[in-house]
Design a binder for this molecule. Structure first.
Ligand SMILES: *[C@@H]1O[C@H](CO)[C@@H](O)[C@H](O)[C@H]1NC(C)=O
Ligand SMILES: *[C@@H]1O[C@H](CO)[C@@H](O)[C@H](O)[C@H]1NC(C)=O
Length: 359
């Protein structure tokens, strides 16, 4: 069954599945879609209670997402999820990408579903990986974390293991290289691609995989987790060693978002100086400030079970799933009433006079 899963994933464009995953070692790799829950200008992790918060996010997962999310078991608060694993009420969110036309107007770049996983309304492809049974400890209710650095405007210097990267698809249907993401600077870039991407752009955000074993959160939402010894691990690493300060290995989470840039590829709309026109919704024109937020919300021990069973791909014996027509129906109303689409004179919340510019 695992080798079938590998074949299916290879066909689906994930070729570089590392040794030990889906093989005799019993490694796990969940790979599943979560449709869009809401696009909104709130951030329960970084700016709890602030309506509006400084920048727009795209959010997937359960419908307990709110401007304030108390540290509690949100799988008991949510009643539906946009993820195809119906026991996953977690929330995952990232900044959006906007296109800035030559005339200075902005337009949100829509997302497209990962064609390999079904007819999702936008959203994200989520991965959870583990090197083998009982080698990772699933998150506890209330756990949350942040990955990346919104204020970063140059390379993080992580070398080959970029942790956050972009792939420029050279043709439709994810055309171009099908290697795993963020492992080769010749294929993926840590900042925005510098030329138009005919098939769109895929963002990858890879979360830290070591935990201090005690704290569900920390002031910056980062310090309770850590990268393994030697820096961030590639996706999907199987053999990283955690530092003594953060000795508990947690599942490696990886978010993939595919942006449909095809309507924004006309050279006459691009800046005359040849610079690239994309900007993250927090005002970052470099792309280095890409980041992801996570609030754990799997029901009971379902995630631990999936990791220990070596589950692979979008299904797992004993876990419940739904198809996208159902998942797409789970939404929450945006808390902030404002136009985040159409041609806009400035990024929502990023008027130069507003506090929080580029935060
Ligand atoms: C969000 O929080 C507000 C204020 O606490 C509450 O009225 C509302 O029902 C919550 N929304 C969801 C979707 O839980
Ligand atoms: C700016 O340029 C875009 C793309 O060409 C166009 O659709 C939009 O209407 C323009 N906006 C204004 C205010 O001229």
């Amino acid at each position: 069954m695992h080798s079938l899963g590998l074949l299916a994933l290879a066909a689906a464009g994930v070729q570089a599945v590392p040794q030990g995953l889906g093989g005799a070692g019993g490694g796990a790799m969940l790979r599943f879609g979560c449709a869009q829950t809401v696009i909104d200008r709130i951030d329960p992790l970084v700016d709890p209670g602030q309506v509006p918060s400084p920048h727009v996010h795209q959010v997937v997962g359960g419908n307990a997402f709110n401007a304030t999310m108390p540290v509690t078991d949100i799988s008991k608060v949510a009643s539906c999820t946009t993820c195809t694993f119906t026991q996953d009420f977690s929330n995952y969110w990232t900044a959006n990408i906007y296109f800035r036309a030559r005339n200075g107007s902005y337009h949100r770049v829509p997302q497209m579903a990962n064609a390999q996983i079904g007819d999702a309304n936008g959203g994200v492809t989520v991965y959870y990986t583990s090197p083998g049974p009982k080698q990772v400890t699933a998150f506890k209710p209330g756990f949350r974390m942040f990955s990346g650095d919104a204020s970063r405007r140059k390379s993080a210097g992580f070398g080959k293991n970029m942790q956050s990267c972009y792939r420029c698809f050279t043709a439709p249907n994810f055309g171009g290289n099908t290697m795993s993401p963020c492992m080769d600077p010749k294929i993926d870039s840590e900042g925005f691609p510098s030329t138009p991407c005919p098939g769109g752009i895929r963002s990858s955000v890879i979360f830290p995989l070591c935990w201090d074993g005690k704290n569900l959160d920390s002031a910056n939402h980062i310090d309770h987790v850590a990268h393994p010894v030697g820096g961030p691990a590639s996706f999907a690493v199987t053999n990283a060693k955690c530092p003594s300060t953060h000795p508990v290995k947690i599942p490696q989470i990886h978010l993939e978002i595919v942006w449909d840039t095809t309507k924004f590829n006309k050279k006459e709309d691009w800046p005359e100086d040849g610079s690239q026109p994309l900007v993250l919704s927090h005002g970052d024109t470099t792309g280095f400030g890409q980041h992801g937020d996570y609030v754990f919300g799997w029901k009971d021990d379902s995630l631990q079970t999936a990791m220990d069973k070596g589950c692979f791909g979008p299904t797992c014996t004993g876990l419940k799933t739904q198809a996208f027509p159902a998942a797409n129906k789970c939404t929450v109303k945006s808390a902030v009433k404002e136009d985040t689409d159409g041609w806009l004179p400035h990024l929502p919340g990023q008027d130069m006079n507003m506090p929080g510019m580029s935060s």
